[in-house]
Design a protein around this ligand. Sequence first.
Ligand SMILES: Cc1cc2nc3c(=O)[nH]c(=O)nc-3n(C[C@H](O)[C@H](O)[C@H](O)COP(=O)(O)OP(=O)(O)OC[C@H]3O[C@@H](n4cnc5c(N)ncnc54)[C@H](O)[C@@H]3O)c2cc1C
Length: 327
Amino acid sequence: MSPPQTLDVLIICAGPAGLSAASVLAEQGLEVHVVDRENAAGGIPRHCGHSPYGWREFRRIMGGQNYARRLIACAQNHGAHIHTRTTVVALHPQGSVDLSTPTGLHRVQANRVLIATGVRETSRAARFIGGTKPGGVMNTGALQGLVYLAQKSPFKRPIILGSELVSFSALMTCRHSGARPVAMVEPNANLTTYGAARWPPRVLGIPVHLNTQITAIHGRDWVTGVTLKSGETERRIACDAVVITGAFRPKNALLRASHLVVDPSTRGPEIDQFGRCSDPVYFAATQGQLPDPAPTQTVRAVDNAIAWHTPQRIAQTSETPSNAAFG
Ligand SMILES: Cc1cc2nc3c(=O)[nH]c(=O)nc-3n(C[C@H](O)[C@H](O)[C@H](O)COP(=O)(O)OP(=O)(O)OC[C@H]3O[C@@H](n4cnc5c(N)ncnc54)[C@H](O)[C@@H]3O)c2cc1C
């Protein structure tokens, strides 16, 4: 069933951010509709068979799929309506939103719209990795979809690019599927992750190459190896897949095609301290009581050492943002 034509709150996407916001807002008595393009709600954790999820919200360590189920149940128990197989295709001024649904295109009018479309990993193309274009090159999200949702073991000896938390998630997913990574490769001098997440490669005896880039991928139909470059030294190693992990970017295709102002540094929407976008009907986070949207002051970084900052605008008010459901 599609959302009604007019509604209080439309939440774009049923990942953890959208579902958490839906629970909080529906609990306050608002009529909340959440839409997601997938067949099932839950976002990334639905693809993620491993833990740890859930400690912050439920004080329990859970696998991704149980965590997703728990968030869906919470939102529905509070009265939120979830519509899957519903893709948001355009955002228009003042809460008018176009949806593509199994019954066709619909336009809905919402009093407030929360954008919680999540992030994606930076692709091979955006990292300028050369070589051929064989099968077997994927990001962690695609790998997890194959392993945990489709129950496939797509390769045996992959190489993993990156050393963020998600890279270790890729490592655990490889192990779950019966694959043994030949190495992890990190272009920087140190691992990006911290704490106990650094241990698995050591415990499993998987080499970690720091200060190293993958400069080319080889193979005709399927990956047969990669070229690694450390300083001026290049060498080729054999592997049967490349898992390209992390370097998350906001999924911002909808935003870029819309009237909302996009921050070129974060590539997400420009917001004030209440999570409110340039069109104040749209939000990237929900934050308690709201003052009038105007006037606002723009914040600009004056030093190149600051890559990005948020919020990008400050609404001039004595109200402070209270506890929140973030998108
Ligand atoms: C591989 C991997 C492993 C991870 N492991 C852990 C972990 O162990 N523990 C942990 O705490 N965190 C982990 N994380 C992080 C965690 O999954 C994310 O922080 C969380 O999923 C972010 O939630 P979200 O709602 O912002 O986005 P997402 O979960 O990405 O959900 C976004 C939703 O938006 C939908 N969507 C996008 N565009 C549209 C559109 N136009 N129309 C309709 N729907 C749309 C998508 O279908 C998706 O369902 C992991 C992340 C990854 C990628």
